[in-house]
Design a protein. Structure first.
Lengths: 300, 178
């Protein structure tokens, strides 16, 4: 009888071991299945391609300049994500002339990228581009639609007021509010003589030396405020292209600098801009080039 | 005697084996059912499809109504809500809402006068595709290859020459099922 019991125990042990193997197999299959589901990026590819395309649809229909900072889906890192070895999402986005293609770069040859079509406007030009950044910037600027991944400060969107004009009829002046910045105003005046060759007093650029590291461009908010804001914004954008890391802001004038001859001179001009310049970083040629380029963009 | 004992041994072993086999079969069967339920539930709840049909219809409608496609324009300024009947035609719509492929959103716009209730003007976005999909959608054909119809009404003023009249744009948008 003892021999019989031993045989029974052997058989039972075999069953238990077999069951144990099955449990291990089930655990592995379940883990792989969950990881596969978590790593499946089909949904996000579809989501981003449709979302970006529908947004581009609205950007194209919009009349003015437009910038959208679009944050891509990111994966939160936590214990489960690390334990399951779930890959972070990485997408390569192609903006074509009529559609968005979203590829999953973690798949070596993602043969079936998700795409979504947007409606074009025959008067609007779409510039094809691609990016693999964590966020994309969709923009419309003067009838051109594009996509990029520049830093946010470089993608300032200025008011889209119609300010086209004939520069040959207009004149521009620069005025220094203190002696230490007179070299700047004379440099700018000589540059502005080339830009505007007319007699009509159009814009006055008043300069002051900043006591801080910030360069502030003040614009008149009391009249023609959108046009003034556009001019200040264009100068700011030009300066930021030269000094991307510098703190350059534009804001409405707050009556804090009521200094002669600024007060007496400003009413002689259609527009005026007051620039509080950080002269330690920005030279007279930098600022004159920026103002001249901004004027050409403003009236062009 | 030995032969007798061997017979008993085999019988005993078979009984033990059968008992454990039945127990294991039940456990394995239950495990299989649990696994099947897991895969069915995950496949059921994991969403991989996005239905953007309604959103596409809204974007198309907004694209037409809140742009310079059919609205009155003067000195680079667009007057939203005032429809210029000179622009209310298929050519302007296809120029302003230009889908490079035929298989996308289509729309029919009827401009109804609010005083006499007559449809004064009709314009199509992608007319050929509209007529194909309209038949399928009205026949209640579901799934890929068919389409879904959305209808929207917009109260507007329409400008015909120098006269302004109250009207309604009845927009029928058809989005192909994806």
């Amino acid at each position: 009888m003892r021999r019989l019991n031993k045989r029974g125990m052997d058989d039972k042990l075999m069953f238990i071991m077999w069951e144990f193997i099955v449990i291990v197999m089930v655990f592995v299959v379940l883990t792989m299945s969950v990881r596969g589901i978590a790593n499946d990026t089909t949904y996000w590819k579809r989501y981003h391609s449709a979302d970006l395309a529908l947004m581009t649809d609205l950007i194209i229909a919009n009349q003015g300049d437009f910038t959208i900072n679009y944050d891509m889906k990111s994966l939160r890192q936590n214990f489960v994500v690390k334990a399951m070895r779930i890959d972070p999402l990485k997408f390569l986005i192609f903006m074509k002339i009529d559609s968005f293609f979203v590829y999953d770069t973690s798949i070596e040859k993602d043969r079936f990228p998700e795409s979504f079509i947007f409606a074009k406007d025959k008067d609007v030009i779409v510039s094809p581009s691609n990016t693999s950044s964590d966020y994309v910037i969709l923009y419309k600027k003067e009838g051109n639609v594009g996509m990029g991944s520049n830093s946010l400060s470089e993608s300032i969107s200025c008011p889209s007021a119609d300010t086209k004009g004939d520069l040959s009829l207009k004149s521009f002046s620069a005025l220094a509010l203190s002696d230490d910045i007179k070299s700047y105003s004379s440099f700018i005046n000589s540059r502005l003589l080339i830009v505007g060759k007319g007699n009509a007093n159009e814009a006055l650029f008043t300069l002051k030396t900043s006591t801080t590291a910030t360069t502030t461009i003040y614009y008149d908010w009391s009249q023609n405020h959108i046009s003034n804001k556009k001019m200040a914004c264009l100068i700011q954008r030009q300066l930021l292209q030269k000094f991307p890391d510098m703190n350059i802001v534009s804001k409405p004038y707050d009556n804090s600098l009521e200094i002669e001859p600024f007060v007496s001179q400003r009413n002689n001009y259609m527009y005026w801009i007051l620039i509080d310049v950080n002269t330690t970083a920005i030279t007279n040629s930098n600022i004159s080039d920026s103002i001249a380029s901004a004027i050409e963009e403003y009236y062009g | 005697m030995d032969r007798f004992m061997n017979n008993i041994k085999i019988k005993k072993n078979r009984r033990g084996q059968a008992q454990y086999f039945l127990e294991s079969a039940f456990r394995i069967g239950f495990l299989m059912i649990a696994l099947l339920a897991f895969f069915l539930l995950t496949n059921f709840y994991v969403v991989n499809r996005i239905n953007t049909n309604r959103l596409q219809s809204e974007v198309t409608a907004d694209r037409i109504m809140y742009s310079d496609a059919i609205m009155y324009e003067e000195n680079s300024r667009i007057y939203m809500g005032i429809v210029d009947v000179k622009k209310f035609n298929d050519d302007t719509l296809s120029k302003k809402v230009d889908y490079q492929t035929q298989k996308h959103a289509t729309a029919r716009l009827d401009l109804r006068d609010n005083i006499d209730g007559d449809i004064k003007y009709t314009a199509y976005l992608n007319k050929a595709q509209y007529e194909n999909l309209y038949v399928l959608a009205k026949a209640n054909a579901n799934g890929k290859g068919s389409a879904t119809i959305y209808t929207k009404d917009y109260p507007i003023t329409y400008k015909n020459g120098t006269s302004y009249r109250y009207g309604t744009i009845i927009m029928t948008i058809i989005i192909p099922n994806s």
